[in-house]
Every structure is written in structure tokens, then in C-alpha cells.
Design a protein around this ligand. Structure first.
Ligand code: ADP
Ligand code: MG
Length: 151
């Protein structure tokens, strides 16, 4: 499933759609270079939950928990992870539970130690304000979410 967005708001709207399609929980890996819009999509997920505060990549803390009334979102940015083993110190298992929405930027840095994502989003810069997003499903739950999005 592909999207082309022409603004931050349009990318945020895709985040909200993915959140709704997953019914509020699941694991989403976000691939793409710095500036591709990964954090912007995460902001859209959080806005869908009514969160109005700032949403930044947790580059130094690696994970930012948002335990909101409407759901729990864990936003990871593994860019600065030295070795996948460091994820054990973060206690990632606690975050990846059924009720949570886990959004993971730079998931390849945690390779081998992260659960399989339901959806994988690859984002590309195709213009000053244009981004191409390609969403693929990696689990049955992800497939169901994608099928819902196609309707
Ligand atoms: P990443 O987390 O992938 O490094 P960010 O979401 O932090 O990326 O940054 C994306 C940057 O690109 C922001 O400055 C945002 O304003 C800009 N931008 C321009 N057009 C878009 C778009 N269509 N979708 C998302 N971000 C966009
Ligand atoms: Mg980011």
C-alpha cells in the first residue's frame, strides 16, 4: 500500500489511519533516512489519541513512553543504539505487549532482538514537501489492518 503526502499534516493523517486500522495496538517499524518523516508519522498517531504536546525523536533516551487515557504508545528511536544487546537493558519486553502501540524508528539497529512488526513503513523524500510511504504487512494482524485501509 503506497501513499504520497504533500505536507506534515498529510503524513500525520497516515499515522492516524494506521493507528485506527491496527485498532490501537501493534508494532510498526519506520524505515527511511533522517528527515524522511518517521517522527512526523508518530506525531500523527499521538494526535489521534488526543495528545497535543511536542513529539520528538527520543534519540538519546531511545524510548519515549506515552501512557495516555486512550492507549499506550511507545515511541522508539534506535539510531544511537550501539549494539542490539543494549535493548536488554532498556527492558524492551515490557513495552511490546498486546495492548500497546510500539513505533520503532531505526529498527534495523535492534535487529534480532525486536519482535516482528505488524506493519513496516518505508518513507522516502521525493520533494521539498513530498514524501512517498510504502506500507507492508508482516503478520496476520498487519494484513487485516492493511485490508481495512484498502476499503
Ligand atoms: P525523521 O523522524 O524521519 O528523521 P522527521 O519527521 O523528524 O523525520 O522530519 C521530517 C521533516 O520533513 C520535518 O522537518 C517536516 O516538516 C518535513 N516535511 C516536509 N514535508 C513532509 C511530509 N510530506 N511529510 C512529513 N514530513 C515532511
Ligand atoms: Mg525521527
Amino acid at each position: 500500500m503506497d501513499y504520497v503526502t504533500q505536507s506534515d499534516e498529510a503524513t500525520e493523517a497516515v499515522g492516524a489511519q494506521l493507528f485506527n486500522a491496527l485498532k490501537g495496538s501493534g508494532i510498526v517499524f519506520l524505515n527511511g533516512d533522517l528527515g524522511a518523516g518517521k517522527t512526523t508519522l508518530c506525531r500523527g498517531v499521538l494526535r489521534a489519541l488526543g495528545y497535543t504536546g511536542a513529539v520528538k525523536s527520543p534519540t538519546f533516551t531511545l524510548v519515549e513512553p506515552y501512557e495516555l487515557a486512550l492507549g499506550h504508545v511507545y515511541h522508539f528511536d534506535l539510531y544511537r543504539l550501539g549494539h542490539p544487546d543494549e535493548l536488554n537493558y532498556l527492558g524492551v519486553d515490557e513495552y511490546f505487549h498486546d495492548q500497546a502501540m510500539c513505533l520503532v524508528e531505526w529498527s534495523q539497529k535492534g535487529s534480532g532482538l525486536l519482535p516482528k512488526p505488524d506493519l513496516e513503513v518505508t518513507m522516502m523524500v521525493t520533494g521539498d514537501t513530498e514524501r512517498r510511504l510504502s506500507v507492508s504487512a508482516q503478520t496476520l494482524k498487519g494484513q487485516a489492518a492493511l485490508a481495512g485501509l484498502r476499503i
